[in-house]
Ligand binder design. Sequence first.
Ligand SMILES: [Zn+2]
Length: 348
Amino acid sequence: MNKRQAFPIGGQLVAAATRRSVNLTLPGLYTNDPVSMPVHVLHGRHDGPVVFVSAAVHGDEINGVEIIRRLLRVPQMKRLHGTLLAVPIVNVFGFHNRSRYLPDRRDLNRSFPGNESGSMAGRLGHVFMSEIVKRADFGIDLHTAAVHRDNLPQIRADINDPILEPLAKAFSAPVLLHSAAPAGSLRGAAADIGVPVMVYEAGEALRFEEMSIQIGLRGVMNVLRRLSMLPISKRKPSKPSAVLRSSTWQRAPQSGILRAQAKLGTMVRKGETLGVVADPTGESEMVLEAPFDGVVIGRTNLPLVFEGEALFHVGRTRQTTLLEQHLDALHDGTAITPPELVEEPPIV
Ligand SMILES: [Zn+2]
């Protein structure tokens, strides 16, 4: 058998059948301290796709960091076909500052594909595109909701992409939201150069949420199995996602104090009350209603709201029975994977 060629990254070569951490050089700190983006490369013995899994593109979205740590400890990784590029902390600067943004106050996920001689965000984006995305066949980018917000575990992908659609479904998150990539996002820039990327959104910024982490870990493993990079599991296959063809944000009709009435993961009927916004004296109440029959897939947890602020993210689906099964499993805790992966105590 011909031995696989070594994998080039960050000016180094990773031999077949080995794994190694490589640090990609980034702009340093003004204290003259160097900064780098850590990448763990698993270059399998056997041929197969090159897949990247990234987290903390928004520096305060940390569930994905833990998903990647667990992924790298999964015993089956020894039998990986192809190559996995695991990037647990893309926005190293934001991660240090516990912030979504970069020190230049830009949003990295609106700065792709970046530019070698551009802004700080642009340079970081360029490093990620040239070292990771351009070497990959496919990617999974792990996110959470922004600070003081919560997302139901969900995949976001363009399911009109014939390569991405079966992989996004294979992840088997409770819901799969069909959506176009935002301008300047990693997902959009990667698609532009022919590398399909799905985004996993789950939980809240600056928090670990065990169910989101376990569903995410299982999902990444499901995708690697679907790509024949890992052996097929003997376990019962995960339930398919309920597909949401569209979604909309209900925004605050006025500034004030929100009394939220719809929890994350509840099914709502058109016209049902999601919450009430009022001034502190309780006068001038305004009711926020569900725009259509759907499910709450994201919401704010902070009751202090400005007019126009996005408060409830409602998704629309026809697969209501399947969706109900997922929501029941999430609510009673049975959506969590049995510990097939690494035996360790859950984060509570
Ligand atoms: Zn994010």
